[in-house]
Ligand binder design. Structure first.
Ligand SMILES: C[S@@+](CC[C@H](N)C(=O)[O-])C[C@H]1O[C@@H](n2cnc3c(N)ncnc32)[C@H](O)[C@@H]1O
Length: 382
């Protein structure tokens, strides 16, 4: 019954998201096929096994996916929801699905949710559903509660679970994704193996004073790649960072906000207010030949150039011990975009492994990325 993995992605990147999940699924022996509607901002991957979606998601690490913003294991698409009572059939479906979940996972003695969301695709058409989704949320919540399917908060869930059973934990989030007023996917994701943002879309505000909108890419990258409790030690105030392709300074602004000193490398002009902080040195030169005299903690790069060149640069910096962590943006070509990211990953893997360095490397197409993906590499010490 839970045989479709629904994946949200950036509109226009459905083929990439599909190729990626198909590759990963076949590598672990879960067989199925993707279904793609171009520019719909979501795909489904249908598994041959009746409950294959949940099995697939149990075996994959959401953090390792590049093109997925969010995912959930869904039961078959609900079509023809009656306009007069959409809620009744939806609740029935959640109940049915829950029974399967228990059987599939074998270890849950309770099936209530503490986290749930009403969703729609991130397209103009999808956004037209937003008022409808807002409207249906309140009665849906009431019905879910009345049916004993919902616990209002995580705290309550923990309390209730203590009483009911030691085994129970509210591990799953419920997703109700509407494609129209009559069609919906109903499914679940593991809270600890999915995005904590609804539909994988972070609610970040353009900071006042940041010189470009690109600033949000670096902020989102940190949210995505670094647990917030580690920000203070891993984006350490007082230490130095290098920003390659820095102008006008949106990424530099983020680093300065964290209290870091920045060498900003770009031939273009930096925002005067940022230079006035006294924490930035503007180096007018070529990002591909520049190297710091002493190793620094952070390298960030938003250079507009070929992705393979940027991957070579990042591999070299890490292999030579020039930085500990890097966030870098890869501007993707028009075609073969998934393959291009894999090529770049292989280049970095080869160079850093050859240098005998332990590291972790991830890529993600962030919400604020356009025709690009963001990479993060961190040297592991000890
Ligand atoms: C997307 S913009 C960077 C925006 C910046 N991260 C921000 O938040 O304001 C790309 C920058 O890369 C710079 N760039 C491209 N090739 C470069 C190179 N070889 N050396 C230095 N900068 C380069 C461009 O001048 C441009 O300012």
């Amino acid at each position: 019954m839970l045989n479709s993995v629904i994946i949200y992605c950036r509109p226009g990147f459905e083929k990439e998201a599909a190729a990626e999940i198909t590759d990963l699924a076949s590598a672990i022996g879960v067989f199925g096929y993707p279904k793609v509607i171009e520019n719909s901002a979501w795909i489904s991957f249908v598994t041959h096994d009746e409950n294959g979606a949940l099995q697939l998601m149990e075996q994959l690490d959401f953090a390792s996916l590049i093109f997925a913003r969010q995912w959930f294991a869904a039961s078959p698409l609900m079509e023809n929801l009656p306009e007069k009572d959409r809620i009744g059939p939806l609740i029935e479906r959640v109940k049915e699905m829950e029974r399967v979940k228990e059987v599939a996972s074998g270890k849950f003695s309770d099936f209530r949710f503490s986290d749930w969301s009403v969703e729609y695709p991130d397209t103009n058409e999808g956004k037209e559903l937003s008022p409808f989704c807002r409207k249906i949320t309140v009665p849906l919540r009431q019905s879910l509660k009345r049916s004993g399917l919902l616990i209002s908060s995580v705290k309550n869930a923990e309390k209730a679970s203590e009483k009911l059973s030691n085994k129970f934990s509210s591990k799953f989030r419920l997703h109700l994704m509407f494609l129209s007023g009559r069609e919906a996917w109903v499914g679940i994701s593991r809270i600890d193996n999915s995005s904590s943002w609804v539909m994988g879309i972070p609610r970040l505000r353009q900071p006042k004073g940041a010189p470009s909108r690109a600033t949000l890419k670096l902020e989102e990258a940190w949210h995505c790649f670094i647990p917030e409790k580690e920000w203070a030690t891993r984006i350490p105030a007082g230490k130095r960072a290098i920003d390659l392709g820095a102008a006008p300074g949106g990424w530099t602004w983020q680093l300065v906000e964290q209290g870091m000193f920045v060498d900003a490398v770009d031939n273009g002009p930096m925002a005067p207010e940022l230079m006035a902080t006294g924490m930035v040195d503007h180096i007018q030169g070529d990002a591909f030949t520049y190297e710091p005299k002493k190793p620094v903690y952070w390298l960030v790069s938003d250079i507009a150039d070929k992705p393979a060149r940027v991957a070579d640069l990042v591999g070299r910096w890490i292999a030579k011990g020039l930085c500990r962590e890097a966030v870098f943006n890869l501007k993707l070509p028009m075609k073969q975009r998934y393959k291009e990211v894999l090529n770049c990953r292989n280049k970095i893997d080869a160079r850093v492994t050859e240098a005998g360095i332990r590291y972790e490397l991830r890529f993600r197409q962030l919400y604020h990325d356009r025709e690009e993906v963001t990479g993060h590499i961190r040297v592991l010490i000890g």
